[in-house]
Design a protein around this ligand. Sequence first.
Ligand SMILES: Nc1ncnc2c1ncn2[C@@H]1O[C@H](COP(=O)(O)OP(=O)(O)OP(=O)(O)O)[C@@H](O)[C@H]1O
Length: 297
Amino acid sequence: MSAVDMRNVSRVYPGGVTALADATLTVEDGELVAVVGPSGSGKSTLLHLAGTLDRPTSGTVHVAGQDVGRLSDRALSQLRARSIGFVFQQFHLGVGVTALDAVADGLLYAGVPRRRRRDAAAEALERVGLAHRLTHRPHQLSGGERQRVAVARAIVGSPRLLLADEPTGNLDSSSGADVVELLTGLHRAGTAVVVITHDRDLARSFPRVVSVRDGRVSTTRPDGSFAAESALSDGEPPSGGWVPASPDSRPAPDGNIPASGHGRAAPGGHVLAAPEGRVPPDGHPPSGGRSAAEAAR
Ligand SMILES: Nc1ncnc2c1ncn2[C@@H]1O[C@H](COP(=O)(O)OP(=O)(O)OP(=O)(O)O)[C@@H](O)[C@H]1O
């Protein structure tokens, strides 16, 4: 089953900027997906729509099987609280708010009683290695620790879908690696994890890379196949339906993808990415004692 299914989604902002154009993207339960693309290409817009933080101008978004467009604001808040976790580049812990309270607040809209919220928050902080920082406040935490608090807040409700927008953008490499390890661990535990990143090496390490360019979405898969997701709008499974993406990734008549010469057209119109990687040829990767819960009481 899919954690999120976006079909023919467009988002035109007031003023006329088309940030996303006819984008179709499905993320299955438990998938690990990198989202890459140039600045301003529409990555955050895609993530916000997938996370129901924004509504599309046209097209449909299903999260956990529910049609977001048919939900009231209240039902949407509950769906978000129960099914989706967010991690952003910068986590703004409220001034003076403890790590425990910041994480517990992640369950405010999920209808969880206060005592249970604090227990769950302590468990989540333990999972991210911060059981010893429950009562620390923002100024008492390092940047890496603050971001781990953000991950704890994102996972406290055991979401089906975790969306991260450049979660390592502000971190040193060691703290960034810790956060990536947390996210990939969640994926291994069955959560669908979608990560926007400008880090090509990180994207290459992911099994699937979605590339956003000028508001258009394409993807590569572990077998190196490369497809325009926006063209898969009629419910066809990807196999048999793979097509060239934007004009700059279309194969030349000789089968080569012009931008690099690495790729080649496969029989049946499939376009294969460079054999050495999963990156599309345009150079942009397509992608002892008391427990923490007890201490919280
Ligand atoms: N609220 C808004 N109102 C108007 N235009 C917007 C708004 N938000 C984003 N845009 C525009 O939509 C386009 C896509 O923006 P988006 O933030 O999705 O890009 P991005 O790929 O995430 O960029 P970056 O990598 O720099 O974060 C950009 O041209 C941006 O200027």
